[in-house]
Every structure is written in C-alpha cells, then in structure tokens.
Design a protein around this ligand. Structure first.
Ligand code: ACO
Length: 323
C-alpha cells in the first residue's frame, strides 16, 4: 500500500499578545497563579481583522510555499476546528475559496483539541485508499469566540491561531498508524453546556459558551494519555528511545511534565512548550508547536515526532510522524 508524510507546515499567529498581567486587570486572576498552574505567560488573541478562514488560509499558503506546491496540487481540504461559529458552509470550503482553489472536496472535522491528529489520520486514510494524493489539513481556532471573557477558569487558558500541514503520498512510511478514541462520559468536563437554540428561544439566560471542569480533565489526561502515546509508538514499530520530539497538545505545562515523567522519555527528547507564549489553541496547538520546533532548528528533517492530541468529549489521537 502507499504511505503518506507531512511534506510541509505553515502557521499563522495573531498579532495581539495578551499577557497574564493584562488579564489580571480584566478579571480576578494573577500572573503568579496562571504561570504556576498552566505555564502560560502570554497568549495570542485574534482581532476583528483575523477571522478563522483568513488565519487558516494564511497558514495554508505558508505550508504550500514551504513545500513548493501549487494550489492545483491539492485534491482535498480538511479543516479541524471547534470554534467555527459560521457553521456552514464549512471553514475548509471558505479557506479553499480564499486560496483560489475550486473543485476539491473540502470539509470540517470536529474533534476538539484532538482535531489535528484526527485530521492527519483522515488524510492518511484517504491517501492510502487512493482517494487523494495531496491533502491540505488546516487546524484553526478562534477560541475567543466561544470562551466567556468573564470566566477566569477558561479565559486565561484559551487562545487563537492556525496551523496547516500539506500531507502527501510517499513511498516511505512517514505518518504512522493512529491510536485514537473518545469518551463521552467526559463530556461535562468541557462542553458548550447551553445549546444555541435554547438561548435563542429564551429558555435560558446563560450563553452558549464553553464550560470546563479543569481538574477532571487534568486527571484524565495524566492517567490515560501516556498509555495512548506509548501504544502509538509501538504501533509504528518503534521504541521510545527512537523518538526525537514529543509534541503533545499544548494545554498545560504541568500536564506535559507529568506525561514526560510517566512515559520515561529519554533526556534528549525535545518537548514542545509552545504554549508559554501562545496559550492553548485547541486543534491548532500541535501544528503550531511542531512548526516552532522546526523553525527554531530544534528538530531537523527526518526527525521522528510523537504527536498526541486530547480534548473535549474525551477525544484523543496519537501518531508518530517522521518529518
Ligand atoms: N486565576 C486565579 N484563580 C483561579 C483561576 C484563575 N484564572 N481559575 C481558577 N482559580 C481558582 C479556583 O477558583 C480555585 O479556588 P478555590 O480553591 O478557592 O476553590 C483554585 O483556583 C484552584 O482551582 P482548581 O481548578 O482546583 O485548580 P487546578 O490546580 O486544578 O488548576 C487548571 C486549574 C489549570 C484549569 C487545571 O485544572 C488544568 O489545567 N486542567 C486542564 C484544563 C485544560 O487544559 N483544559 C483544556 C484541555 S482539553 C482542550 O484543550 C480542549
């Protein structure tokens, strides 16, 4: 069968940087609390001139340029997002239009913070089945649009941005088998508790914002995700000492440190910590973190990265990708 690889990455980071100090002037929080509990110092937030599809298209254009590819090469566009309030047509369709491509199938996939590895597996499946040769995956979020600015539990965590990957057919294995799943019993831990229709019909005064039980998510991640990551490494026929970079979803530095300890990752493994000055961008966080490692020279072409996404609905997905 045919294989696939990530041929290139591109990102878009919003211009506005909001520090913990800035937030502490708007709500009851502090730089000390946020740094200690999350590791986040600054987050990037999108403004009115940075709609989701524009950020996604900018990231996609950079990925195309990096690969020396043309828009005509793309035969499928997959959008990964949980914050596209436009709903229909899909974000991916709007990104395709901005890029000037008409024709290829384009659709969105909703898997919360596991969106990027879910989309990567979908692209891999399409390529292996012969349905596509070159798939553009765009993970983009404007969490600003679904987070309650007055809710300190979530407002200090989430951020905006976009990351794109051009996934192409290859003769050598590049993206390994996925280990993925979901657990609906975790839904209450992070969900849009009120439905739009209930709000519209005046059945409730509460707005359809994201609500979170942080400690519950935290425990689930540190208990279960190291096992998922370990299984993905084994599924690729590798061992942990063959991993060059660990790129988990960028939610929280304490979670990342705990997973590194549980996995017993070798010292030399580069651990992505893009969240420090970017915040938690949900589906976009893995490509943003991966692109940063590559741009900084922390991972070289050919390096083996372990990707691990997890989020709302207990969605998770892990795979190994050779860069
Ligand atoms: N500033 C100051 N104090 C705060 C803030 C804030 N922003 N938010 C909560 N607090 C208070 C709480 O009210 C609580 O006060 P209390 O003890 O008087 O009741 C206290 O801080 C401790 O709150 P906890 O929620 O128990 O704190 P915890 O140590 O668990 O840290 C955190 C909270 C950082 C949210 C942690 O639970 C966490 O990271 N959870 C995972 C959340 C996450 O990453 N979600 C997204 C992952 S999935 C995805 O990205 C879609």
């Amino acid at each position: 069968g045919s294989h696939c690889r990530i041929a290139s990455l591109g990102v878009y980071r919003p211009a506005l940087q909001v520090s913990n100090h800035d937030l502490s002037e708007m709500m009851d929080t502090s730089d000390e609390w946020i740094v200690k509990r999350t590791g986040i110092r600054v987050r990037r937030l999108a403004g009115p001139q940075e709609p989701l599809s524009r950020m996604g298209a900018a990231a996609a254009e950079r990925a195309l340029t990096a690969a020396g590819a043309a828009v005509a090469d793309i035969d499928c566009v997959i959008g990964a997002t949980m914050s596209f309030t436009g709903q229909t047509p899909a974000m991916a369709v709007r990104i395709a239009e901005r890029l000037g491509i008409a024709g290829p199938p384009a659709f969105d996939l909703s898997a919360a913070c596991a969106g990027f590895p879910y989309a990567l597996e979908t692209a891999r499946g399409l390529i292996r089945a012969g349905s596509a040769r070159t798939v553009l995956v765009v993970a983009a979020e404007r969490m600003t649009d679904i987070v309650d600015p007055r809710d300190r539990a979530t407002a200090v965590l989430f951020a905006d941005g976009a990351g794109a990957a051009l996934v192409t057919r290859s003769d050598e294995p590049g993206v390994g088998p996925v280990v993925w799943g979901s657990d609906g019993s975790l839904s209450r831990a992070l969900e849009q508790r009120v439905e739009w229709a209930s709000f519209r019909d005046g059945l409730t005064d509460e707005r359809p914002y994201l609500r979170m039980e942080g400690p519950r998510l935290f425990r689930w991640v540190i208990d279960e995700m190291p096992k998922v990551a370990g299984r993905a490494v084994a599924a690729a026929g590798l061992t942990l000492d063959q991993i060059d970079a660990f790129v988990p979803h960028q939610a929280n530095i304490r979670m990342i440190e705990s997973m590194v300890r549980s996995l017993g990752l070798p010292e030399r493994v580069v651990v992505a910590e893009d969240l420090r000055d970017q915040g938690n961008t949900s589906a976009a966080s893995i490509p943003l973190a991966l692109e940063r490692l590559a741009a900084d020279g922390d991972v070289k072409p050919g390096a083996v990265a372990l990707l691990l996404g997890f989020g709302a609905g207990g969605t998770y997905a892990a795979q190994v990708a050779q860069l």
